[in-house]
Ligand binder design. Structure first.
Ligand code: PEP
Length: 258
């Protein structure tokens, strides 16, 4: 039994109108009520954040954005800032998702600035790291993942980084239906925890929640969450339906109680 409270987070990506987002959030909130043994977070599109925050009022479900800029305000057309995310009711923000790195030019340096900005505003960064299939086949998984982690936390100390959440998401497993084998995922999660300890100390490393992401579904959630260093899940496709996401939440609660 670990003292880390499991976290099950849904990344809704570019899906759902305001009404659809509220309906999905409402179904999840009804299940979670005022709290379960695991934390639960949903990540709607930016235009739904305020409305979903209203839906979630009185429930223990947290609200996450999918990205932020590091600056608070200014001439940055099209961007959102940590201040605005707080204003919209967010407590979390996904950073460095592989889709942002692949399609929108997100760099390690940008991820690091975003992590720092979120921490200043007391928002929890969910920092995504992960290797491509090519990198995995070339034996570069740990170099890539641990390098991304080191860059994201560079120059920040364990006190500032206390709320950090890491999500290990092998790119080849995202949205493909191909999940990493639980033991293979654990191997990377174990290496992530060891790297965190090397970077900022063991007691901090033992408190950081490291989520797994990549085609997590009700059918594989328990096996993944049974691994000692897998503290939860970042869920894409299966988070878009309450009937798939709720059993994954329940698997998170079971991990907490095991
Ligand atoms: C994700 O996008 O963070 C993700 C893990 O997606 P999926 O669950 O659909 O693989």
């Amino acid at each position: 039994m670990t003292s880390r409270k499991p976290l099950i987070a849904g990344n809704w990506k570019l899906n759902n109108t305001v009404a659809e987002s509220q309906a999905l959030a409402g179904a999840i909130a009804a299940h979670v009520g005022d709290g379960l043994a695991c934390d639960v977070v949903v990540g709607p599109v930016a235009t739904s954040l305020t409305a979903v925050a209203q839906t979630l009022q009185g429930s223990a479900v947290g609200l996450s954005a999918q990205n932020t800029h590091w600056e608070d305000s200014g001439a940055f057309t099209g961007e959102l800032s940590p201040t605005l995310l707080l204003d919209a009711g967010c407590g979390y923000c996904i950073i460095g998702h592989s889709e942002r790195r692949q399609f929108f030019g997100e760099t390690d340096a940008g991820v690091r600035k975003k992590v720092a900005a979120l921490l200043v505003h007391k928002l929890v960064p969910i920092v995504c790291v992960g290797e491509s299939l090519e990198q995995r086949e070339a034996g570069q998984t740990l170099d890539v993942v641990l390098g991304q982690l080191e860059a994201a936390t560079d120059g920040l100390d364990a006190v500032a980084l206390a709320p950090l959440v890491v999500a290990y998401e092998p790119i080849w497993a995202i949205g493909t239906g191909r999940t990493a084998k639980a033991e293979d995922a654990q191997e990377v999660h174990g290496a992530i925890r060891a790297k965190l300890a090397e970077l900022k100390g063991e007691s901090w490393a033992n408190s950081v929640r490291v989520l797994y992401g990549g085609s997590v579904k009700p059918a594989n959630a328990d096996e993944l969450l049974a691994q000692p260093d897998i503290d939860g899940a970042l869920v894409g496709g299966a988070s878009l339906s309450a009937s798939d996401f709720i059993p994954i939440i329940d698997a998170g609660a079971r991990r907490a109680e095991s």
